[in-house]
Design a protein around this ligand. Structure first.
Ligand code: C5P
Length: 398
């Protein structure tokens, strides 16, 4: 499964670094190409010579050395995956904050590939709120935590904090790369994020959508082999997969125009954007001054992207919508399914804890045209994306 995969193995200074030799050997045995990067303190625990012998490549530990500049940007683009194992508390903090003082962090910041990190530290360090915060932050950037093991620690304490065993780390990567290419040859259009409707040069009407769900869908579809185009409203997040074609827009009208132009070439569109239904009728050319006690803004209706694509839809094309409801969830979603000519609609309720805007998790139901419904548990948005794509694949196959 790892045959021909290019993997950067980043090693930081923990006693668990002695396991990196086994890890390198297992990765090489599985057919991967391994480029080892070490932090300076990792070399106190294991020698670069051991790792370069096992990986059959020079090991880099400095951004520049007497022999030249080690191009971390090139490395970041070369890799199919970056695996940082072990990650110490210090390296974790550097990664979470972008503190770029060694080649490992430099390559991490330049990497466009999926990043996996396997922490190793003592029990209390692992449970410290600062560490918890840094781990959560790294996950929120789309990196994948390889969970720590439980057992005897180098300090003599026993508990959580051991680096996962090399065999388990390799199995983790193998599972990731074993991803089915069941959307190969399919062209998928996605809308995601909020829209901003300008009021004047500095103000706008927006909403709390983060774009996380739609971006997770774009990444998951690309991993399954689809040709993905993502029309993304103003969002701080971006897709991880370099194959995703990104079109950034601001307003509902811009999102509409891009979607209407692209939809005829697509096999499916998934509309996860939270589009403003109305926009200011006129946009002031100067910043509106504070005057009276009240200010009236006239709003006019925005185009409904979903409804327009629903009208354009041809046989064989699929259209999947979202409904975020606060009340009468199912009947509202069912109504939208029919009105907008969706093939299915993903319902999330703001009443469910952990679902909806800005969360990393979501709890959904999928409603189909034949009145069938599937309910799912609360899951990470990445796992929810897989469920939605599976529903889409099932619809392609009927
Ligand atoms: O009617 P409502 O906005 O709740 O419908 C939600 C679904 O319609 C979502 O899939 C959303 O992306 C889509 N939508 C759209 N254009 C709009 C409004 C909603 O594509 N102007």
């Amino acid at each position: 499964m790892l045959q021909g995969k290019k993997i950067i193995l980043g090693i930081s200074g923990s006693i668990a670094a002695y396991k990196s030799a086994f890890l390198t050997r297992l990765l090489i045995k599985a057919g991967a190409e391994v480029q080892v990067l070490m932090t300076p303190s990792a070399q106190d625990f294991i020698t670069p010579l051991t790792l370069s012998t096992l990986s059959k490549r020079p090991v880099y530990s400095e951004v520049s050395s007497e022999t030249g500049w080690n191009n971390h940007v090139e490395l970041g683009l070369w890799a199919d995956a970056m695996l940082i194992a072990p990650v110490t508390a210090t390296t974790l903090a550097k990664l979470a904050n972008g503190l770029c003082d060694n080649i490992l962090v430099a390559a991490y910041l330049s990497a466009r590939c999926p990043v996996f990190f396997a922490p190793a530290m003592d029990l209390d360090m692992w449970h410290h709120p600062a560490t918890r915060h840094n781990v959560e932050r790294l996950i929120s950037y789309g990196n994948q935590l390889i969970p720590v093991g439980v057992g005897e620690l180098a300090s003599g304490l026993s508990g959580e904090g051991r680096m996962a065993e090399p065999e388990d780390i390799v199995a983790y990567l193998e599972r990731f790369f074993a991803q089915k290419q069941d959307l190969a040859g399919k062209k998928i259009l996605l809308t995601a994020g909020p829209t901003y409707e300008p009021i004047d040069p500095v103000r706008f009407i927006g909403n709390r959508s983060s774009g996380k769900m739609g971006i997770a869908l774009a990444d998951a579809a690309a991993r399954r082999g689809a040709e993905v185009t993502l029309i993304l409203g103003p969002s701080k997040l971006t897709p991880q997969e370099k194959a995703v074609k990104l079109i950034k827009v601001e307003t509902a009208q811009e999102m509409h125009d891009a979607a209407v132009q692209l939809f005829p070439q697509m096999n499916a569109a998934i509309l996860a954007a939270a589009v403003a239904d109305y926009r200011p009728k006129t946009v002031a050319t100067e910043k509106i001054k504070k005057k009276g006690e009240e200010l009236q803004l006239d709003l006019i209706k925005n185009p409904d992207i979903a409804a327009d694509l629903g009208k354009m839809k041809q046989a064989g094309q699929l259209l999947i919508g979202f409904a975020l409801e606060t009340n009468d969830e199912e009947s509202n979603a069912q109504g939208k399914l029919e009105k907008k000519n969706f093939d299915c609609i993903v319902l999330n309720s703001l009443r469910d804890a952990g679902a909806g805007f800005n969360h990393d998790t979501n709890k959904i139901s999928i409603l189909f045209r034949n009145n069938k419904k599937r309910d799912f548990e609360l899951k990470s948005k990445n796992a929810v994306a897989e469920d939605i794509l599976q529903a889409m694949i099932d619809l392609f196959n009927v």
